[in-house]
Ligand binder design. Structure first.
Ligand code: FMN
Length: 194
């Protein structure tokens, strides 16, 4: 197998961003384990490009490049600020442009930041089902952080760092034979084909 590709996607729509800080921390932990170099895309940069298209067939080259990077990744680290009890609309738009077959079997770590601990299950009720749709493999431990976990916008919580380590350990277990090429066949009963 060739080199594993890791891509961080952060749904933040402003900068500086606590969510981007969490996503970068997770990507760094993955990079260290696999001795690879990853990349992080923030929706604050990507959304103005992606919203020039309402459908995948309307993407210009810059938009296509972003979606291609998502579809080509082996590991995705997907984080979002909680907005209105869900992930941001900008992040949803990106995933509406991703081919419904493209994320099958990809390994995914989920993360979020919010204003209140009460919305910590957004990762379970909103983000995880999105990757269920895509037949992707999300690791069990999701990462959630609130303002008190940061100094400014830098993540400084030992408890959150511990969850990141746990999520990365789980990710490693999803690479038993370092084979990321498994593809589950889709039937033509998929909602986008009927
Ligand atoms: C439009 C908007 C909606 C928000 N909705 C929620 C919410 O439903 N629940 C919550 O816990 N925090 C909510 N927040 C707070 C953000 O999730 C929180 O400040 C987050 O850490 C910001 O991340 P960022 O620094 O990456 O932009 C909201 C913030 C904004 C601006």
């Amino acid at each position: 197998m060739g080199s594993i590709k890791v891509l961080g996607l952060s749904g933040n729509v402003k900068q500086p961003s606590r969510t981007a800080s969490v996503v970068r921390s997770v990507v760094t932990a993955v990079e260290q384990h696999f001795s690879i170099e990853g990349r992080v895309i923030e929706l604050v940069d990507a959304a103005p490009i992606l919203f020039r298209a309402l459908r995948a067939d309307q993407l210009d080259q810059a938009g296509r490049d972003i979606i291609d990077a998502v579809e080509a990744a082996d590991i995705l680290v997907v984080g979002s600020p909680v907005y209105r009890a869900s992930y941001t609309g900008a992040l949803k738009h990106l995933f509406d442009l991703v081919d419904f077959r493209a994320l099958t079997g990809k390994r995914v770590i989920l993360a979020a930041t919010g204003g209140t601990p009460l919305h910590g299950l957004m990762t379970e009720h909103q983000l995880r089902p999105l990757f269920g749709f895509f037949n992707a493999l999300t690791v069990p431990t999701a990462i959630y952080a609130t303002e008190s976990d940061f100094t400014g916008h830098a993540l400084t919580s030992a408890a959150v760092a511990e969850r990141i380590n746990r999520a990365v350990s789980e990710l490693i277990q999803l690479f038993p034979n370092a084979d990321v090429s498994t593809r589950i066949a889709h039937t033509n009963l998929h909602p986008e084909t009927v």
